[in-house]
Design a protein around this ligand. Sequence first.
Ligand code: C5P
Length: 235
Amino acid sequence: MGKDVIIALDFPSCSDTLAFLNKLRGASRKPFVKIGMELFYSEGPDIVRKIKESGHKIFLDLKLHDIPNTVYSSVRSLSQLQPDMLNVHASGSIDMMKAAVDALNSECEVKPLVIAVTLLTSLSAQKLNDELLITSSVEDTVVHYAENAKKAGLNGVVCSPLEVGKIHERLGADFLTVTPGIRFSDGNVGDQVRVTTPERAKELGSDYIVVGRPITRAENPLEVYERCINEFCGE
Ligand code: C5P
């Protein structure tokens, strides 16, 4: 599995998104992109079809979290859009994650990768303990949720690059780690807490990095995208 940079298309509209993608023309590879809640909820499923038609691979980041039956039906609906990757929350339980896998098995000839969100990279240890009353450490919680995801038959997890080593060690090098929370050392962290640079994410063994604002809000997005590709995918 080749490493890749996934650009988070966190835009409010189709026109903003297409204007942004236009700025990436001439990139050294066709960018793998992520469509999340903001864009999907404003534009609906057509935005997925449109971007897929223009040749981009798509990670549909809708972070499903509901009772297993609802997740099963939702994944069945989403599979019609033929995303390359989609996700659910690991905290929804092993049964819920299995429901997502079952739906893909029943619907798809070519199955998208299905991964689980462990803990959001915006969560600190203090919030985990004080607000969510989870007394285990961030790392133990993430690794445990990743074990549950593997038991459910998922392909991997979304996690911080800081947790990748432990996850690969416990669950094998083939178990995918998709890591947001990427920032350059000279950039703005924003609301992310557990952050690393693309280069460091590569050293730590991430399979995919997800990069949003450092690229989408850059003056020259193409230049920053290529910097990510070089740092993360380069020899
Ligand atoms: O702009 P930024 O680089 O922080 O974007 C990160 C993207 O990854 C956002 O679209 C966010 O929703 C997503 N994400 C995350 N942490 C997770 C799962 C997804 O930041 N655990």
